[in-house]
Ligand binder design. Sequence first.
Ligand SMILES: [Zn+2]
Length: 305
Amino acid sequence: MMRRFSCRNLLVVLYLAAFSLCGSPAAPAQAAPSPSEGKLSVHWEELTASDFREGIRRSQGTCLLPFGILEKHGPHLPLGTDLLDVRYAALHAAEQDYAVVFPEYYFGQIAEARHEPGTVAYSRSLQLGLLQETTDEMGRNGCKKILIVNGHGGNESLLPYFAQTQLDKPHDYVVYVFDERTPGHGGPAKKTKIDMHAGESETSKMMVAHPELVHPERATSESGADQARQKIPADVYTGIWWYTRFPFHYSGEGAAATRELGEYQMNWWIDSVVKAIRALKADDVSPKLQKEFYEKSAHPLDTQP
Ligand SMILES: [Zn+2]
C-alpha cells in the first residue's frame, strides 16, 4: 500500500536534498590534489582527462606515436615484435623526458608479408588516411609536435612520404619521423653479416623488451640466408625484391642473439629518442617556418623575390 505523500514529507525531502547538495558546514570537502603535483603516466590511455591536459602542458605539446606492425618475424619471434620493441623504446624515453605516448599503432605498410600467417596488411589508402586522421586528432588535442618513432622497416618509404605531404595543406602541428633502430657501430661485436629481419640485432632487442616471447631454440628451424634470386642492377628498385631474397620473412640468424647486444642496442635506441624529444621541445623554427610556408603557398605569385 502506498503512503500518502504529505507536505511534511516534502519538506523533509527538500531539506535532505539541500543538505546533500550543499554539504555539511562542519565537514568541508577536501581539495582534490592538483595533477601538476606528482608523477604522470606517459601512456595517453592511462591519463584522466584533467591529467591529460597537464600531460600536454608538461610535454610542451610533444607527443610520440610509436609505429609497429603485425608480421612474421622468423620462426622464433612474435608477430608484434616491431610494435613491442618500439613501444619499449618510446615509453622508456618518454619516462626520461616527459612526452605523451599514443596507444598501440600498427597500421603500416606490410604488403610484402601477406603470404605469411598473422600478417595484417591494410590498404594503401587506409594506411595514409588513418595516419592523417590520427595525427590530426593528436594535434586537435594539443600535440603540436608529433614524433613518429618507427619500429618497422617496411614503413621506411611511407613515413617520409607522409611527412612530406603534410605541406599540401595547413596543419597546426609538425610531424617529425625518427627511423633508426640499430646503432651503426659500437657495443658488443656482432657475429653475423646479414641482419635485417628477426636476425641477431632484432632478436637481441626482443630479449630485453620481452624475453618471455623469444624462442631461441626455434631460430635455426628456417633459413634466414640471402637467396639472391633476382639478377637486376642494385640501383633498380622493385617491390618483389624482399621476397626474391628472403622468402621466409627472415633475414639473418636469430640464434646469434645475446642479451648483452640487446641491452646495448636498446639503450642506444632509448637515448636516441630522448635526444629527439629534447630537440623537438627546443625547436621553435619548424612550427614558425611551416606556418610561413603555408601562408606563402596560398598565394605563390606574391612571394618575393
Ligand atoms: Zn622487425
